[in-house]
Design a protein around this ligand. Sequence first.
Ligand SMILES: [Zn+2]
Length: 301
Amino acid sequence: MYTIVLDAGHQSIPNADTGCSGFGIHEEDIVLDICKRAKSLIELNNIKVIMTRDGTKVNGDGSSLNASLNTRCKIANDNKVDLFLSCHCDAFNSQAYGTTCHIFGTGGNSERFAKILSPLMGKLFYNRGIKVSNFQVLRNTEYKVGDKTISIPAVLLETAFLDNKDDNAKLADPNARQEIAINIAKSICVYFFGVDYVYKDNNISTIQTINNNNQGSEFKMDCCIVYFSSADYSSALILSNLNKSCAMFCRNASPSVNSYALKSKKIIVVGGPKLNVSGEIYLSGNLASDTLIAVSNYLQG
Ligand SMILES: [Zn+2]
């Protein structure tokens, strides 16, 4: 199972790493909301998400700007996470606008991830592209294995400009923040699994339904597809399209299956071993081609 850190930039503590503001809204609140939304969506894809803060203050020493930044890096480093994404809002002279991805250096997985995220964010805002920046959370996200230093792929996303009227209007809109969260989740799925988002693009209402029911545990989806790996994605997508509002989950060869999937009224397993849950429709074979045949036989009834 992959683990990532979502870092909602800044804190709501005076003189200790506060963010920018514009038109009555504050960076630290906007980015926390986006990160919380993204967390739910990402976790639906069997990826573990660690937040650097869940409330006004960073989860650790946040007594100063420096302490706050160190804590953010430490959370990622101690957990040896697979990816670090820091979320921010930009501000400059009220005229500048658009979205920017910052990385510490080119050529590695940070850039590979930024190249997935940047065009998706560019669908929502003018795309200012990928910039190389010497930011502490990009530079100091690393851990040691023996005497080897492992760099955690890290991107700092400046979603858009809070002091620009048009960008601000979008950041202030919960629907637009949900779109940002969806694009963050999509980019992370593409980065890890090499397949497009495991939820159908046209299925946003289902995603929101699940989110709305996140607090109560009794919510059940009508149908979901649990597919084993990217090799089974096409077959899974065909089945998903035949079942209205049907979510898709990638197992990614992991023995644990998403808890929402297990609660679904009808579960179609595509590839991999049986789940051994009631109502399971099991379509699988030794090879991806065998799975495809099982799906085709099922579709022919
Ligand atoms: Zn910031």
